[in-house]
Design a protein around this ligand. Structure first.
Ligand code: SF4
Length: 274
């Protein structure tokens, strides 16, 4: 059995930075609260909880006023609220997400009608909407364009092929379009490599949280080419998957700890010794 494992799978720069920042802050003794999971990975979040990083859904649940802002960033109204209440704020917004927030602000100031391309329920997209003063729209096929000057900002983890399609759909309806390409190069690398592996392997395994948007997207891309499975841990692997299979590809989303990927590789190597 040939096993191809992506070199660019696992934690991205922003997630690594956010986790390190949170762990350093927790070492000071007081628990650190995260509004929403620090990363979209159930197992890793549980591990972080044991180290003093606690996930909550609302400001009211934060017991010691020490809060970390996730790599996805936050809606500016929530940030204002935290500042007003004198919270100790540890800002782990990924600099690349912060850049996208600034572009949105800039476009609004320049009078563009802003369109954000991404998942409407994703925290990064909600934050971007906030930086547009809630005046932007999220792109959808049903969006009726009445504006002539349009500014477009994609979510950092968007598939570039999808973004190209959106830009070309918008093109016919506007007079002027200003595009900031905020798609993170780590996203581009992950998708490119996953596609490359999916084309040569007989079957793909995508490792990562079922609540992780970028892992789910990698899985959807892989399954266009090959039979693919999205798993959170080795326990979900079934030997029945590998009948008539000569090669397996493994990739992982930006919020998957390397250990989870390595566990899958080790498990498969044990199942199929060289
Ligand atoms: S995918 Fe890129 S932009 Fe998003 S958190 Fe990771 S490094 Fe930052």
């Amino acid at each position: 059995m040939k096993i191809y494992c992506a070199k660019h799978g696992g934690f991205c720069f922003g997630v690594t930075r956010a986790i390190k920042t949170a762990l350093d802050a927790a070492k000071e003794g007081k628990a650190v609260y995260s509004l929403g999971p620090l990363i979209h990975n159930r197992i890793a979040v549980e591990d972080l909880r044991k180290k003093g990083i606690i996930t909550v859904d609302t400001i009211g649940e934060i017991k010691n006023k020490k809060v970390i802002i996730r790599s996805h960033g936050i809606h500016p109204d929530i940030l204002k609220k935290l500042k007003k209440k004198n919270f100790e704020i540890i800002d782990a917004t990924c600099p690349r997400v912060r850049r996208a927030q600034r572009y949105v602000e800039k476009l609004i100031k320049e009078g563009y009608y802003v369109i954000i391309v991404g998942e409407k329920d994703h925290p990064e997209v909600k934050g971007l909407l906030g930086y547009a003063g809630n005046k932007a729209d999220i792109y959808s096929d049903q969006l009726k364009l009445k504006k002539r000057r349009v500014g477009v900002v994609p979510q950092t983890t968007l598939d570039i092929e999808h973004f190209n399609q959106v830009v070309s759909n918008l093109m016919g309806n506007v007079l002027e379009m200003k595009i900031y390409n905020t798609i993170c190069h780590e996203t581009i690398l992950r998708i490119k490599e996953a596609l490359h592996i999916a084309k040569k392997a007989d079957l793909m395994i995508v490792v990562g949280g079922k609540n992780s948007a970028n892992t789910t997207r990698l899985y959807q891309i892989c399954k266009k080419y090959k039979r693919a499975y999205h798993i959170e841990s080795v326990d979900e692997i079934s030997p029945a998957w590998f009948a008539d299979v000569k090669s397996i590809g493994i990739t992982a989303g930006a919020s998957t700890p390397n250990k989870q990927v390595q566990d899958v590789v080790k498990y498969l190597r044990k199942m199929f010794p060289k």
